[in-house]
Ligand binder design. Sequence first.
Ligand code: NAI
Length: 246
Amino acid sequence: MATALITGASQGIGACIAKRLAKDGYNVAINHFPSDSDKANAEKVAEECRSFGVEAELFAANVADYAQCEAMTKAVKERFGSIDALVNNAGITKDGLMVRMSEEQYDAVIAVNQKSVFNMMKLVGAVMMRQRHGHIVSLASVAGLYGNPGQINYSASKAAIIGMTKTVAKELGARNVTVNAVAPGFIKTPMTDALTEEQRNKMLELVAMKRYGNPEEVASVISFLCSEDASYVTGQTIEISGGLMM
Ligand code: NAI
């Protein structure tokens, strides 16, 4: 049975992706940040994944840390025998207008959102090259495509993912490994629930479909990119935004 490794899968979109890939028949390796609360949440996600009749196991690692990613990749390979899909989902925001943003805020977002993708693509990419098979999908964002005031760090990290995706697609293509990204727009999460009605309406004016997306609508595109139906799709960034900018 094929195995998918999803980073930052203890909550939010990552948890939804893990459940969708489990439903698709993947055994799932659920990465979570090494904290007690993330572990407890990840355990609930694993339980739900197991209800689809697949195996699910937790792997703690801070994905910004290369050594922890290396240990995790080794552990997943040993436990499941192969790694057939990698979803780079873990991400953070530390927003602020550029003139007020601290160096710490900038570096932290680059480390978690961008460096982690290098760590995981390099380590799992090596496994997939040897297997001559694999699908890698990374979570970019519309902020990486169009920019967003208050998010110079975040948009830099997400734009970088788009370039990294194209480069690694070219490096691994001949080994039958596909490498793609998705760029979600406004997705309904606790973050967007906290916005005022006015803020929400202003954002939705820009969206052709006049509604937020759901985490499930992000997970379904990732499911496709991790399936054999997408076997000739690589180096692409698919926007999941209900038609934000056209
Ligand atoms: P979230 O904050 O609910 O989940 C992020 C997950 O990443 C959490 O489980 C967190 O523990 C984990 N994480 C953070 N730092 C980590 C680290 N160093 N090591 C391991 N895990 C770590 O966020 P959400 O909304 O589910 O976002 C998931 C991804 O989708 C992120 O990459 C985000 O940038 C991206 N995205 C989200 C959008 C949205 O509207 N929610 C829109 C566009 C992109």
